[in-house]
Design a protein. Structure first.
Length: 101
């Protein structure tokens, strides 16, 4: 059990070390950028995320519309009554042959 715990701890430590290394690289890169470049980067990221959000929302609305149309079609099909043999026998009883009573 100790070997599993120690190997998991080693993996966690390696992941944390990589994360710290990547964070340092990103921080150094952002420090080297000018203020206007950072603002442009942030604005472009927000714009990109906004487009992704709008796209996801449109796709979701389209899927919901398709689902509701399918549901209406199924309800329409369920609403149809299937005739059985007993219905054809009763059909003759209810048919108006044009006779006057």
């Amino acid at each position: 059990m100790k070997t599993i715990t120690s190997s998991v701890q080693k993996i966690k430590d390696e992941i944390i070390a990589k994360q710290v290394q990547w964070n340092k690289k990103i921080e150094d890169y952002l420090r080297s950028m000018s203020y206007e470049s950072r603002l442009t980067l942030i604005a472009s990221m927000l714009l990109f995320m906004g487009f992704v959000f709008i796209g996801m929302m449109v796709v979701t609305i389209i899927q919901l519309e398709k689902k509701s149309v399918r549901q209406i079609e199924f309800e329409h099909i369920r609403g149809l009554e299937v005739k059985s043999k007993s219905d054809t026998n009763n059909l003759n009883k209810n048919y108006d042959y044009g006779r006057e009573n």
